[in-house]
Design a protein around this ligand. Sequence first.
Ligand SMILES: Cc1cc2nc3c(=O)[nH]c(=O)nc-3n(C[C@H](O)[C@H](O)[C@H](O)COP(=O)(O)OP(=O)(O)OC[C@H]3O[C@@H](n4cnc5c(N)ncnc54)[C@H](O)[C@@H]3O)c2cc1C
Length: 503
Amino acid sequence: MVTSKSKESTMITSSEYKKRLSRLRRNVYMDGKLIDRDHPRLEGAVNVIAKTYDIINDPEFKEYEDVLTATSHLTGKKINRFCNIHRSMADLMAKQKMTRLTCHQVGGCIARCMGIDSSNAISVISYEADKAYGTEYHKRFEKWLKEFQDNDCTAACAQTDVKGHRPLRPHEQPDPDLYLRIVEKKSDGIVIKGAKVHISYSPIEEWMMVLPTRRLTKEEGDWAVACAVPADDDGVKLVVSAANYETSDLMGAPGPFGSADAMVIFDNVFVPWERVFLCGEYEFGGQLALMFALYHRHSYTGCKPAMTDVLTGAIALMAECNGIEKEHHVRDRLVEMISTSELCYGAGIAAAINGQKSGSGTYVPDMLYCNVSRRHAGVNIYHEFDALADIAGGMPATLPREGDWNHPEIGPLIAKYMKRNPNMPIEDIHRAFRWVQAISCSELAGVMQYAGVHGGGSPRMEQIAIMGSYDVEKTKNIAKRLSGIKVKDKYSFDRFGVKPGER
Ligand SMILES: Cc1cc2nc3c(=O)[nH]c(=O)nc-3n(C[C@H](O)[C@H](O)[C@H](O)COP(=O)(O)OP(=O)(O)OC[C@H]3O[C@@H](n4cnc5c(N)ncnc54)[C@H](O)[C@@H]3O)c2cc1C
């Protein structure tokens, strides 16, 4: 890792972030070539992360300072909230609000949630593992975190293993490397081997938090590993798939913004003990996997409403362009959208209110509310694009290209025939369709749709989490009472048997 920070301030500027990226070792591959991290295909993704730095110093966002920054519980210094460990319900709510607010500025994923979510998960589980085994993972983690916070670093979360033949467990796979594992323990550290997929923004972040992907059995201690790895470390290879808008001319719009996910190959990577936060304790490996998913689904209670806000705004804008704002079907679509975003956001607030302090002092959101929010967002994602396409008409799909709009002969004709709502200048109609094309009809839009379904774990995993944290027997007892069937258990209002007022 490269640092360039002064002692007084923990927060850096986006140009310092970019400077640090440029100093990383070249280990990013794209389309068969080794590329630099300032490659034009990565520019959109870099702009997303740059926004998380720029917004702190932007006078327009001064009133949100308490949302965007936090006080480190380790050093008492002011830090970017994306580096914070949640110590209270208020911290969880501020993280959710920060996520929605920052996603609004880039029109999609804000990228740094993987770092904050994996750090919080490690802070909870490393403490529990130490309590059970007398290890010192938590102390090591806090030492590493202090440096991370002091330097306002970025981290990707490398959780999802390639997984090989799905029905087989890690230790049953014909190739044991299909789930990342410890291949050697040495006096000064461990050696890990394997590959993680879909690792968002990893080509343009400085650290990778390596976590297990699933529950593990007692034969699977070698797969129970958590550690922090510099993104340009020896043996780390990133194979990137970047996604961007189709357009090159944004006509004054901010951005461009994009994404950069990667298959990250760990080819016998040495990790010194100082950065190993779990090593072999299989039951805590599973708990860590679930804890990251929980924090990440709580982040989704901020980013998914933001994404829906962006699409709701796009529907309203398209309705204005087309002069159909007052039509009933437009209002129906807007109400559906608002209901989705606010239900997801509301469940995130409920997750914070019903959250609990863990042994480490880190605050953990409620599992049920996080998962129902994430599920609701996931099942609605394609429906939201359907609503936008309904109101926009077909133009985002077939809009003449910028060159044609600017052509001396054809440009004025396009402008003449693209006119719609007489109250909107043709330049704004062009801007609106160009942007809606970018967010709904580009390679980036396709990635966001898949992320809407699978990011934070597949729908099946949400189903398992929801069933695991809901007492269906209690609802059956309600039905039995109402139908006159005798019930042994005493009625209790709460899902978990906690007395009202205790949460
Ligand atoms: C855009 C995007 C960004 C992402 N970013 C990150 C990131 O930053 N970090 C990270 O770690 N992960 C990330 N993910 C990964 C995400 O969590 C996974 O995509 C998700 O967990 C599903 O895993 P998979 O893609 O391997 O699909 P699979 O697990 O292969 O799922 C495909 C289907 O098979 C089913 N299935 C799988 N295994 C079994 C089984 N044993 N029995 C029965 N059914 C099974 C699933 O339920 C699903 O229906 C991202 C994903 C996307 C799409």
